[in-house]
Write a protein that binds this ligand. Structure first.
Ligand code: BGC
Length: 245
């Protein structure tokens, strides 16, 4: 079965048709820049642009970088505050003329990794953390998702963790891998103290460069592994959710 997946991120809106049996993109993904400010109307146009690029008319799954209950957006840390309270399913579905399914971006990435990537067959507590514009989290117990955990907003050194240890912070401050890895280590220790996961899956665009920073992180009891679907995990997970997987 083929379903279209869209990943709304702080810098780009990307999408592609996904083959749900293989858990992979059917065609190279297409990306437009996220408008700034990232208002509901502007982002909806961006999503429509991506979907229409493929002349797609089947089911569509979409990730959102905030808490989503049903299809209503509840938080918007890295996009325009006007999203809060918006029924994104209705807004985007009406624009596309197709019913759509919306879920949190890290949850989508986590579902894809648990089925097709680094978390396959893993039991117990597994935590996927995405390092990007913010820090996203997906929490699994015996393979089942506990949705909308927001572990990027834990407090660390008197700051929200994602304002201290996201990969955007690394880029904005031109930090060395070593300096940034120390912050990530501190964050992982804090999360480990609270939840004792068996496995951390490290996702987000920066997971492509995991060999540059994961070996620098010491003293974590849990196994740590980079995400395998890299930047496509959100698109695949969004499509899975819309395809009922
Ligand atoms: C949001 C999360 C999101 C994460 C990654 C955070 O700021 O609150 O919902 O998963 O960024 O985009």
């Amino acid at each position: 079965m083929k379903v279209f997946g869209v990943d709304i991120g702080g810098s780009g809106i990307k999408g592609a048709p996904v083959d749900l049996e293989r858990g992979d993109l059917e065609e190279p993904r297409y990306k437009v820049l996220t408008p700034h400010p990232a208002t509901p109307e502007g982002v909806t146009e961006g999503v429509a642009h991506v979907v229409e690029h493929f002349s797609w008319s089947g089911p569509v799954g979409i990730t959102f970088p905030g808490v989503v209950t049903g299809s209503v957006i509840r938080t918007a840390a890295n996009v325009d505050a006007a999203w809060v309270g918006t029924d994104a399913g209705r807004l985007i579905g009406d624009r596309l003329g197709i019913p759509v399914n919306i879920l949190n971006d890290a949850d989508a990435a986590g579902v894809a990794e648990m089925t097709f990537g680094a978390g396959q067959g893993r039991k117990g507590v597994v935590l996927l953390l995405t390092f990007g514009t913010g820090i996203g989290s997906a929490f699994f117990v015996d393979g089942r998702l506990v949705p909308n955990t927001e572990l990027g907003h834990l407090e660390l050194n008197g700051h929200e963790a994602e304002k201290h240890a996201s990969s955007k912070v690394k880029d904005d401050h031109d930090m060395s891998w070593h300096h940034w890895a120390q912050r990530v280590e501190k964050y992982l220790k804090h999360v480990e103290m609270l939840f004792s996961p068996e496995l951390f899956i490290i996702g987000g665009g920066v997971s492509r460069k995991a060999d540059r920073f994961l070996p620098l992180i010491k003293g974590i009891r849990a196994e740590m592994t980079p995400a395998q679907l890299e930047n496509n995990a959100g698109i695949v997970g969004a499509a899975m959710a819309a395809g009922g997987r």
